[in-house]
Design a protein around this ligand. Structure first.
Ligand code: ACO
Length: 332
């Protein structure tokens, strides 16, 4: 186990006002139904941004809560890292817009693209900045406005995703030898699988054109069954690696907080890790898959429910488009 360089000092989350149920999606003319969505995914509703709700506003709301709970002022933030696949603008980063909204005038700010692994990747980068001495206090945000890039006529994808933001404040651990903080981390990618979950158009390789608009190739496209198989495999590898690196076993884990993509993927991950479902946090039923926001929203929800307390040892695992996957063990 490495010495913890950084710990999670505060958390927060924000979602749009409007909850959209499975029945609401069917009522929009999408050929689907509540029973199918619940049985195949576990999702009952998700939040969808409306007028005045942007990635920046959701991120800033979540960040203000996390900073208040950490007792950190805007001027104390050294770095802002925002994991997202749905930025407000393609240029510049949403992180700099959040910086301005929060008044973190001293901070360096940047976005990190790792899809659903975005918050875990960002946390690992933030921890590394602290370990190297480049930063003492890092604001890590995972946030998505997937409703803007999802094809609302494609029943393979539009039922899955939701909007929201989760934020955490990472701080340097006060002294050597402490056991509170990030105990282990792991991250991997495989770009050979990129086209299983991607937006074919809209970037530099195939810019927006009337043709891409007509064939809807600027929206998310996903090969669901293939993604499912790889997700189960990479989540299993992630939990093994983080536990091994922390020199812990499943019996040492108080709570597994996995990426909230699909309850069947979560159950397979827990089974592989040997963690019973009563020690697994699930809120995909209320939020859907919020990609980079899903793990930090789940963490903040778990703290609010008293399921993560002082002294809790938590295993995090995520996977996403890329493919990317990663994990961490954190003691609170
Ligand atoms: N409503 C009703 N029927 C549907 C729907 C729907 N929304 N979607 C598909 N179906 C139908 C299919 O057409 C198919 O019908 P058929 O048997 O007549 O051909 C049948 O239901 C089964 O379809 P499958 O795709 O095999 O269903 P599956 O059990 O695989 O579930 C799902 C689909 C939920 C998408 C699943 O594959 C999954 O969760 N995959 C992982 C997706 C994921 O996690 N993506 C996020 C990755 S993270 C990131 O980076 C964003």
């Amino acid at each position: 186990m490495k010495r913890p360089f950084a710990y999670i000092a505060g958390t927060g989350h924000a979602v749009p006002k409007r909850a959209v149920t499975n029945a609401d999606i069917a009522a929009m003319g999408v050929e689907t139904n509540d029973e199918w969505i619940i049985e195949r995914t576990g999702i009952r509703q998700r939040y969808v941004a409306g007028e005045g709700e942007s990635l920046t506003s959701l991120s800033a709301d979540a960040a203000r809560q996390a900073m208040a709970r950490a007792g950190v002022q805007p001027g104390e933030i050294d770095t802002i890292i925002l994991g997202t696949a749905s930025p407000d603008h393609l240029l510049p980063s949403t992180a700099v817009e959040v910086q301005t909204a929060l008044g973190c005038t001293r901070a360096a700010a940047f976005d990190l693209a790792a899809a659903c692994s975005g918050w875990l990747y960002s946390t690992i980068v933030g921890e590394s900045l602290i370990a190297s001495g480049s930063a003492d206090t890092v604001l890590v945000i995972g946030a998505e406005k997937l409703s803007a890039i999802v094809d609302w006529t494609d029943r393979n994808t539009c039922i899955l995703f939701g909007d929201g933001a989760g934020a955490t404040v990472l701080r340097r651990t006060p002294q050597r030898g402490g056991t509170k903080g990030i105990l282990s981390t792991y991250m991997r990618s495989d770009g050979a699988l990129a086209e299983l979950l991607w937006r074919p158009a809209g970037g530099g390789a195939k810019p927006f054109t009337p043709e891409s608009y007509a064939d809807r190739s600027h929206y998310i496209h996903m090969a669901g069954r293939e993604v499912f198989k790889h997700a189960v495999r990479s989540m299993a590898e992630s939990t093994d690696r983080a536990l091994d690196a922390a020199r812990l076993t499943a019996a040492d884990i108080d709570l597994l907080i996995p990426h909230q993509a699909n309850v069947r993927i979560i159950e397979a991950t827990a089974k592989h890790a040997g963690i019973s479902m009563d020690k697994v946090f699930v809120n995909v039923d209320r939020f859907g898959n919020t990609s980079a926001a899903s793990v930090p929203i789940a963490l903040n929800d778990a703290i609010a429910q008293g399921r993560v307390r002082e002294g809790s040892t938590v295993l995090f695992a995520a996977f996403g488009a890329g493919f990317t996957w990663g994990s961490a063990v954190v003691r609170f």
